[in-house]
Ligand binder design. Structure first.
Ligand code: ATP
Ligand code: MG
Length: 260
């Protein structure tokens, strides 16, 4: 086991996304996962039925319990629900030197809001500036930049605005654009990389974003470079989609234990 990844995110009772996807991913890729749960969702493959935020004090207690006992090699944040939680988590993470991967989760695949509107400013002002990598999907990048993104050129045009938010690296995920090819853009301080893959035509993509970000965080904790970490994470997600168990009547989960 190599690399301790501390995940700060919400629970998905359906097991396909959120903390559950994060733990499975980190474990499958050989890391150790510990967690700070920010919210509970009553959720399945058809959508999010209800959300219960964990009180902020208790969120911070979880974080302090873990970080006071273990050395953390990378943090990964997911659903943070509201502005107070975003700000409180950012204040804590500021004290650490290890990589922080921020998946700026805003809307669930089924359309449910996972972040209050006011929290977007907190994300921009407090958490994104201290992150090593942010992994917005297209709708999240549109909210973060205030610009519409419908083409790959639009994705390229959004890069300066995303960089201005202060993250060291940006992975803009193109899964939400139309087309048979999926393009993800990685912007690092020294180079830009375009990753492409054929779209797998399936409805079983619940938790792809959480899984990708956790896979990247695991590699960073294992001292793999950013470009290689993204490459490896994309391959892992693709195989996990290909071998999805096809369960549930909506967007089903991935197979986190899938191997080539
Ligand atoms: N149908 C698909 N076929 C192949 N790759 C996919 C597919 N859907 C998503 N991906 C890949 O999964 C990763 C996550 O991208 P996506 O845009 O789905 O994130 P997301 O919207 O944040 O996901 P989530 O809804 O789980 O939060 C990307 O690397 C993308 O290329
Ligand atoms: Mg996502």
């Amino acid at each position: 086991m190599k690399g301790h990844i501390h995940i700060i995110a919400g629970s998905d009772s359906g097991g396909g996304a959120g903390i559950q996807a994060d733990i499975k991913t980190v474990t499958a890729l050989g890391g150790y996962a510990s967690t700070t749960v920010t919210a509970l969702t009553a959720q399945n493959t058809t959508g999010v039925q209800n959300i219960l935020d964990i009180p902020q004090d208790f969120i911070l207690e979880q974080l302090k319990s873990v970080t006071s006992d273990f050395e953390i090699d990378a943090f990964k944040t997911g659903m943070l629900s509201n502005a107070d939680i975003v700000t409180a988590v950012a204040e804590q993470l500021d004290a650490f030197d290890c990589p922080v991967v921020v998946d700026p989760v805003m809307v669930a695949k089924g359309g449910a809001s996972l972040l209050e509107d006011a929290a977007v400013d907190a994300l921009k002002n407090h958490l994104i500036p201290l992150s090593n990598l942010i992994t917005p999907n297209i709708p999240e990048a549109e909210i973060l930049t205030g610009k519409k993104i419908v083409t790959i050129d639009d994705m390229q045009s959004a890069v300066p605005d995303l960089l201005a938010l202060g993250a060291e690296n940006i992975l803009l995920k193109g899964g939400h654009l139309e087309g048979d090819m999926i393009v993800d853009l990685l912007i690092t301080p020294t180079q830009n990389h375009i990753f492409t893959s054929s779209r797998i035509h399936t409805k079983h993509t619940h938790g792809t974003g959480c899984t990708l970000a956790s896979a990247i965080a695991t590699s960073l904790a294992q001292e793999i470079t950013m470009v290689d970490a993204v490459e490896k994470a994309r391959e892992y997600v693709l195989e996990a989609i290909r071998q999805a168990p096809k369960i549930g009547s909506g967007h089903g989960p991935l197979n986190h234990m899938a191997v080539d």
